[in-house]
Ligand binder design. Structure first.
Ligand code: FAD
Ligand code: NAD
Length: 439
């Protein structure tokens, strides 16, 4: 039987990071991937999306500067896709080369647990490892209504050869909002159907209350409290029927109703690993219900948001734990996140609701009058939460929110004071040089 110190399932941000971490400590390592080497973020998530978003940003900038810059720009979707594809095609190759170069054994298939230490491959080969790490991520949740097979996924959207005239998103999370913004600027008529009355449920309500009217004014048709009962092909288009009996025709439907843990085919029960709708159950050491099996990244029900930097952080912790570098429980720094719409929204740390309970100071800033936002025609607004002279939370709606939020991440983690900010000489005029004004 083949034997390794560590077996890792999944080659995304979490799996590869654990693999390099334990290999560096001299362990023998095998990694299994049943789809595309390198995982979601680089192949069908953050990176290809951000390449497309950045082309849309140029159109957005032209719109914001329409008084100063004259002439109409047009998006060449095919060229944007070609640029995205060049990056995406290279990624699995780079991932495999990296793993091979580090002498990490690679298997392109789903391993099936037969007990807590041994898996079996499709050809009957058995592989044993002292320690396993489940880093298999999440996969899109498919709808179950009549005609659901006509609904495509975020991956299909990122591979669209052309922009449809009319597109419908089911769901109001990160993916639906970001892709609706892309599609709208790319020239489609966009519908976003949310089954309740709140999109971006993990974001500050004040941000969402500003974003929705902005995106509506751009042309996105938000339909709240709307559930789909069926999709049906009609005259080369798709007929959408909602629970209220309303019907409309669209050209493409993208289901973005969340993602579920990718545990199919692993037979986790045979290994004594429990999971539920949130993912694989883990304790404060990211250990599953089988003590020699860990879970990290999206698949782990660790109570953290499913984001790439979180997957990397958990993976580094698991590698350290396996290597004996730490026995402490995992502790997370503040976790920032952004929605790459136009404008962006981003937040980190203590929320308004928490601040009100804790009696912390909540300050709002109308940034459009500040020089660094005025020069960019950016109608930005920020909220900063402070306690004992330090920033503990921030949320922002701005064309640059994804970048600006990171200066708050650093200020919160370092517990930076106003005096410490004043002692830094930053380049001017830049957004970061305004940090002192938020104290
Ligand atoms: C459209 C989209 C956009 C996103 N944008 C952002 C963003 O802007 N910023 C951000 O921080 N996060 C973003 N995310 C989330 C981010 O992609 C994930 O949080 C991150 O990829 C999680 O990494 P992971 O290693 O846990 O899982 P993954 O990257 O999903 O890796 C898991 C790997 O395991 C493989 N696998 C699954 N089952 C098996 C099996 N049985 N056997 C072998 N292999 C298996 C999968 O094929 C996959 O390659 C986005 C996600 C999506 C879908
Ligand atoms: N910018 C980023 O960091 C980024 C971007 C994209 C994705 N992601 C990650 O990927 C994950 C998946 O994204 P997502 O947008 O699919 O999920 P999500 O969890 O963000 O949103 C799911 C949406 O679908 C809705 N929904 C749930 N069940 C439904 C149903 N039965 N019918 C209709 N709508 C339903 C929810 O109310 C919610 O609005 C995110 O949670 C996030 O962690 C991050």
């Amino acid at each position: 039987m083949l034997k390794y110190n560590v077996g890792i399932i999944g080659s995304g941000s979490a799996g590869t990071s654990v693999a390099y971490g334990v290999k560096a400590a001299g362990k023998s390592v095998a990694i299994f991937e049943d789809y595309i080497w390198g995982g979601t973020c680089a192949n069908m998530g953050c990176d290809p999306k951000k390449i497309i978003v950045n082309s849309i940003d140029v159109l957005r900038q032209a719109q914001l500067f329409q008084n100063e810059v004259i002439g109409k720009l047009a998006l060449n979707w095919e060229a944007v896709m070609a640029k995205k594809q060049k990056y995406v095609d290279a990624h699995p190759v780079r991932t495999l080369q990296g793993l091979d170069g580090a002498e990490i054994e690679t298997y392109h298939e789903t391993p099936r647990f037969i007990n807590a230490t041994t898996v079996e491959l499709a050809d009957g080969t058995q592989i044993e490892a002292d320690t396993w790490v489940i880093a298999s991520g999440k996969r899109p949740t498919r709808p179950t209504f009549l005609g659901a097979e006509l609904a495509e996924t975020s991956e299909d959207f990122l591979n669209m050869p052309s922009v449809p005239d009319d597109i419908t998103f089911i769901g109001g999370g990160y993916i639906a909002v970001e892709f609706a913004s892309i599609a709208q600027y790319a020239g489609a008529h966009v519908h976003l159907l949310q089954h309740n009355n709140r999109i971006l449920r993990n974001f500050e309500p004040w941000l969402v209350e500003k974003l929705v009217p902005e995106l509506t004014a751009q042309g996105i048709d938000f339909q709240f409290d709307t559930e789909i009962v069926s999709l049906k092909k009609q005259d080369g288009r798709i007929l959408v029927t909602t629970k209220t009996g309303r019907t409309f025709l669209t050209d493409k439907v993208i289901a973005a109703m969340g993602r579920h843990a990718a545990v199919e085919g692993l037979d986790l029960a045979a290994a004594g690993v429990e999971f539920d709708t949130h993912g694989v159950k883990v304790n404060k050491h990211l250990q599953t219900t089988a003590p020699n099996i860990f879970a990290a990244g999206d698949v782990a029900a660790s109570g953290t948001p499913n984001l790439t930097p979180v997957a990397g952080y958990e993976a580094r912790y698991v590698a350290d734990y396996i290597n004996g570098v730490t026995t402490d429980a995992i502790e997370y720094p503040v976790i920032s996140s952004a929605v790459y719409a136009h404008p962006r929204v981003a937040q980190v740390g203590v929320t308004t609701e928490e601040a009100e309970k804790l009696g912390y100071d909540v300050s709002d800033y109308d940034l459009k009058t500040w020089f660094n936002y005025m020069r960019l025609n950016d109608q930005a607004t920020a909220r900063v939460i402070k306690h004992e002279g330090k920033i503990v939370g921030a949320s922002i709606i701005s064309e640059q929110a994804d970048e600006i939020i990171n200066m708050f991440v650093t200020a919160i983690n370092n517990e930076t004071t106003a005096a410490e900010v004043a002692n830094q000489i930053m380049t001017y005029p830049t957004m970061e040089s305004d940090l002192g004004y938020f104290y």
